[in-house]
Design a protein around this ligand. Structure first.
Ligand SMILES: [Zn+2]
Length: 104
């Protein structure tokens, strides 16, 4: 993949993740109903949304980190050991900044 196509992939991922995070935030900011049975159900939903939110935030951080590496001309170089990251790995995980060994 060329650098510009990698950037396009990462920027699209970033946009998708930001949108997802914004809609999770919107959902959890919604006022809760007074019915106690509904409240229990809503709390459960909130917990699931929290978990998805945390996961989304982590992914977003990884994508931004990868974009930063791209800007610095360090994309594809492992942040842990400085070795080249396997191109096949980057194709599957374009946001990764670690080689297989360091990611373990
Ligand atoms: Zn490494």
């Amino acid at each position: 993949m060329t650098e510009s196509s990698i950037r396009a992939v990462l920027e699209e991922q970033q946009a998708v993740l930001e949108q997802r995070l914004a809609s999770i935030r919107r959902d959890s900011a919604r006022s809760h109903s007074a019915d106690s049975a509904d409240q229990a159900q809503e709390r459960e939903n909130d917990e699931v949304e929290d978990a998805i939110g945390i996961e989304t935030e982590q992914s977003l951080r990884a994508v931004r980190l990868a974009l930063g590496r791209l800007d610095a001309g360090l994309y594809g170089i492992c942040e842990g050991c400085g070795a080249d990251i396997d191109p096949g790995r980057l194709e599957v995980l374009p946001e990764t900044v670690l080689c297989v060994k360091c990611a373990e």
